[in-house]
Write a protein that binds this ligand. Sequence first.
Ligand code: PEP
Ligand code: MG
Length: 582
Amino acid sequence: MRVQRGIAAAKGVAFGSAFVLGTEDFRIPTRFVVEEVVDAELERFRHAYDAITQEIADNEVLASQQLGKEYGAIFGAHLQLLRDPKLKNEIEGLIQRLYSPEHATSKILRSFAQKFENLGDKYLAERADDIYDLEKRILRHLLGANREELSQLTMPVILLASNLTPSETAHLDRSKILGFATEGGGSTSHTAILAAALGIPAVVGLGQFLSEVAGGENIIIDGNAGEVIIDPDEETLIRYRDSVEKLRTIATHLETIRDLPSETTDGVAVRLMGNIEFPEEVEQCMHHGALGVGLYRTEFLYLGQDKIPSEEDHYHAYRQVLEPYQNEPVVIRTLDLGADKLPRSIQPYAGEMANPFLGLRSLRLCLQNRPLFKIQLRALLRAGVYGDLWIMFPLVTTLHELRQAKYLLNEVMDELYEEEIPFKRNIPIGMMVEVPSAAILAAEFAREVDFFSIGTNDLIQYTLAVDRSNQTVAGLYSPVDPAVLRLIQLVVEAGRKHNVSVTVCGQMSSSPIYTPLLVGMGLRRLSVNPSSVPEIKEVIRHINVAQAEEIAQHVLANFDVARDIETYLRGELKRICPDLML
Ligand code: PEP
Ligand code: MG
């Protein structure tokens, strides 16, 4: 049994056998497979080998016909190598000795190439490049097919990968992927957020560990503690089954407070709303007792498919979220595409970027691609008729941007009016506060919006210069870093002074250890993962405002390091709600 520690990304525990996804950059880990899957792995290798042989034979014909025989001969040399039975037999021999096909291919072809390189003959040394080229081709085929295989799984598995993009995560089949673990990633990466939305237990940021795992091995994913257990022993399995039971009991208790008000013991209401990525999640919000939707991340409409959604696609998705709630607010955020959320359909709009999180993403991308943005704004205004819609702009950095976005919205209203298409006019307009500049100028922004929503996921990233999805700097990433808390304070004060409501919708608000602090800092609206609503409500129902304020004052006055604040808040939560934590 081996235990691998990473970052808890999506709650829950999953048991199953490993499906290891190859890395796209051809870093081939030393990987082995279990005996039961050797035949299937051999089959997979032969399929790739045959496909490559055919592909090169086709290239030979094409090059000979169009460019002449001497060019065709370049491919002929590759073919000769591939058709050498020794090469194929050696690779298959390793697979039979439990090497993964990728590992076996790489090992044999590299040793062939090195032999050529060592012959001391310039011409023969160049043949080594052909062999590396062949290796690359076969690996690309094996790994590409491996990724495709992911969408055709016949049995439920635990997915282990170097990394998963948000698009890949959005495509995961919930009935087949019991849980996943990745070498890269952070707790608030979009991949982690999606895993929680899909209800898939996940651990990220494990560092390199795929070489330790054989396809088909037994795995436990502990999305609560952030651990992956490879080949667990009997005792561990029993312990985990018990803890799953315990979690179920807590969840059943939390179900009972579903319809109770979210208010402190002295009767102060704290509105709890849900964060969603897919329209269907509105049911989860209602099921868990959320009072409206505090953040609908609409860019996931683009991530689940390869084409650009039409105005009608947007419109139907928004109606689906607005109609069930009717009288509770539904905050729909305009597109936050770009950076890590860059589906193929949007790539032409974003272009190549060296620092994508600092580049053309989110509102910036929309303002530079107005026809694309307007499709969404039209759909929003039209759907607004069906409920209490609030529109929110993401990643607002300057007042100029905010004004441009509002101007466009007015322009779209005029167009709809001209076209005699029904739409809603008096919609609250707000912005995410997730860039330090917006927090610093909160008082100025407050004069021009109806509401603020603090996006701590990005606010932390941009304040502390820590990539939210990079596990190597995850130790620096904390919602309670004093610098981040100071910015939150600025926003809350500006909101109070200008009568602008303030919500926290970053992942911070879904974590119960921060609830007393946030309430104590003056927040009365939190938007959280739908499944976290009961837990956060339980904390709120156990504190009074004076107590929460005391905690906040203590944090702000006595600590200057995030880690000490985390420890203090953990202790306070244990005191307030002893049964909440396992
Ligand atoms: C945030 O940045 O806190 C936020 C809620 O937005 P996202 O996680 O979608 O970037
Ligand atoms: Mg954000």
